[in-house]
Write a protein that binds this ligand. Structure first.
Ligand code: GLN
Length: 310
């Protein structure tokens, strides 16, 4: 194993002068208040080590990274039937795009664009009140990160509820096609709260580690999902994790990843570890500009890639 602490310290000092690049998400007013000059990175390895640099202990809004974990819950709940409700193809469109939905009869392209994630929230909601579904998600994240201090930022959830016009449009559209089974307000209540989960890089790297560890928790050995399911979630992250920027991320970073408009990215190096980076300034496709740069530097220095045997 290379000297990961030295590598991430070097990445941090190289990128420090560039902090503030990109544009903070301002369509969610609460996120517009975040100081863009922040950067954190953590690597959790399958051997149980954790390496961090910068603002790795600062909590941020995980936003769309939550979609990976909600998909995991939905697959646990109804298995392959998930794929009757959402597809598995890259969309080639923005995260909040509505254009394909009508053509494709209310079945979103994949579980990571907003429409797909809203359908996944509807699946997790089945048989529950919204409050219970949110509780299930929160407990799952605390269990994965082995940290009961993780919580939801209600101000962010509220802020998103007040300005989430496009998400209401997507959800109403899908409800019109019969692809949402619960009232739109309930489903979006779940969706906005999952997106508003606040986590630090070190917590997030730990939570995502099962995806790098054949589906099992590294610290306890507990099975979260089967190895096959972990591989498949990774495949979806690689092909769809950054919306219309997924090809570019695969080209430059070479690892499955999922971005969020809070500026976080979770990346998975199978058999090695999981990496969480955070810096709030976004590129035009809604991925952290400096975060993606940091991951590209990390994979260049370590040689980690899913396109080359280790
Ligand atoms: N909560 C955000 C939204 O629905 C999530 C988008 C994202 O992180 N790409 O718009």
């Amino acid at each position: 194993m290379p000297d990961l602490q030295a590598i991430i310290d070097e990445i941090h000092s190289t990128l420090r002068p560039r902090l503030g690049e990109g544009k903070v998400a301002d369509y969610i007013p609460q996120l517009a208040k975040v100081d863009p000059h922040q950067f954190g990175i953590s690597i959790a390895t399958v051997d149980g080590e954790i390496f961090s640099a910068g603002d790795a202990a600062t909590s941020f809004s995980i936003q769309s990274i939550s979609k990976v974990f909600m998909l995991t819950l939905a697959l646990g709940k109804i298995g392959e039937q998930v794929w009757a409700r959402v597809g598995r193809e890259p969309s080639g469109t923005a995260f909040n795009s509505i254009v394909q939905l009508e053509h494709e009869h209310g079945i979103p392209r994949n579980p990571f664009i907003n429409a797909g994630a809203i359908a996944v929230s509807d699946i997790v909601l089945a048989g529950h009140q919204p409050r219970e579904a949110i509780g299930e998600f929160l407990r799952f994240m605390r269990y994965l990160a082995d940290d009961d201090t993780i919580s939801i930022d209600d101000a962010v959830a509220r802020s998103e509820g007040q300005t989430g016009y496009r998400n209401f449009a997507l959800a109403n559209f899908m409800r019109g096609f019969g692809n949402l089974h619960h009232p739109v307000e309930h489903v979006l209540g779940v969706y906005f709260h999952q997106c508003a989960l606040a986590m630090s890089c070190s917590q997030l790297a730990k939570a995502g580690l099962f995806l790098a560890n054949r589906g099992s928790q590294a610290h306890s050995g507990h099975t979260v999902v089967s190895p096959k399911r972990a591989r498949r979630i990774n495949a979806l992250m690689l092909t769809c994790g950054h919306y219309d920027g997924s090809g570019d991320f695969a080209y430059h970073v070479g690892l499955p990843g999922k971005s969020g408009v809070g500026g976080g990215i979770l990346a998975v190096a199978p058999g090695i570890g999981s990496i969480a980076v955070w810096s709030p300034g976004l590129n035009p496709v809604g991925t952290s500009a400096i975060g993606a740069q940091a991951l590209e530097m990390l994979t260049a220095k370590t040689g980690w890639s899913v396109f080359e045997a280790g």
